[in-house]
Design a protein around this ligand. Sequence first.
Ligand SMILES: *Cc1c(COP(=O)(O)O)cnc(C)c1O
Length: 400
Amino acid sequence: MTTTISSKNIIGKMIPFLELGLDKKLLDEIEKQINTVVKSGNYILGPQLANFEKKFAKFTGVKHAVGVASGTDAIRLALRALGIGRGDRVLTVSATSPFTVIAILEEGVVPIFADIDEATLTLDVDDAERRVDKQSFSANKQSFSPNKQSFSANKKIKAVVPVHIYGNPCDMPRILAFAKKHKIAVIEDACQAHGAQLEGKRVGSFGECGAFSFYPTKNLGALGDGGMVTTSNLGIYNMIKSLRHGGQTKRFWHKYRGVNSRLDEIQAAILAIKLRKLDSFNKKRVILAERYKKNLGGLPIKFQQSYPTAKPVYHLFVIRTKKRNALMRYLAQKGIASYIYYPYPVHRQPAFGDFYDARKSLPVTDRISGEILALPLSPNLTFRNQDKIIRETTRFFRRS
Ligand SMILES: *Cc1c(COP(=O)(O)O)cnc(C)c1O
């Protein structure tokens, strides 16, 4: 046999961006639980979900949690439960997952984008304040396109949706003060920040509602889709419980116009098992992030900063460099996967541009989208592989 370096070998050596594999013990436990659910014959709105909701509420430090079908639906149903709908406006950021904005648009609500703080990459509250003051905003009235569903932004800003991006807590004390001053609600997009803390409290417990995603790659991931709304308000809790189940308040009686968005029993059972490991998984992420910072500190790159009382959970480890594209290519040549989250700011995309007023630019959001790069980081990343990533990243900057 001849020894050739096939592409298979190269791929085999590749350091993946993310490794989702579960260890044997956890896998065994999950398989056992799946079997239990399968045999129970109870697949929707049963005891597994009730148990997981209780545990997740306790973990997050809120009174209630409601399992839904996705993080997108969690944001959506939080808006609906708060009575925010067609024509209302909601402040959020453009430097986020497009799904934050998709959730807002699904409710007929008009997103108003504020810029982000350059250091933390989270909502810039000063800029949010400026956007509230200016009454000149109006959604572009242009010719028909499937992306425009006759939105008229004629109503007031009703809520702010700060995003704990990459697992980094927003400045919640200032955001809460801002919301109080303007009498608007706070819905935290905590889809990337399960377990992150600020001032000793978990994110998702600061606002009226917190929205979580259990998309498989998230810090707490299902083996499919899933989401959760957290709240300490009993009225909101009851409303979301009804809304996720078609708006029923009793069997076959629909008091509200709801949706079909439930977290199923199998996913809830899996998530309850994985929740017990979440803090230790997050701890591993923090250790890896600190190792990156310590070893890459001398290079011409910037790290995402956190507020002094914050304990981020590094959903992603994002660096910033002017040589982003070259670094990404270089790392790929060395068998290291890296990705851009997110390459296109939401307001620059055809589906969302209608809601962006060019007069109110988002300079930080635009600038960082050309500089950000996420290096591999997941609880399964070995120090050995991380050392290689550190070595190659250092080599890239030293030679260029
Ligand atoms: C993942 C994510 C969402 C959407 O969650 P899904 O479960 O995929 O619907 C929303 N916002 C942010 C910031 C996310 O990372």
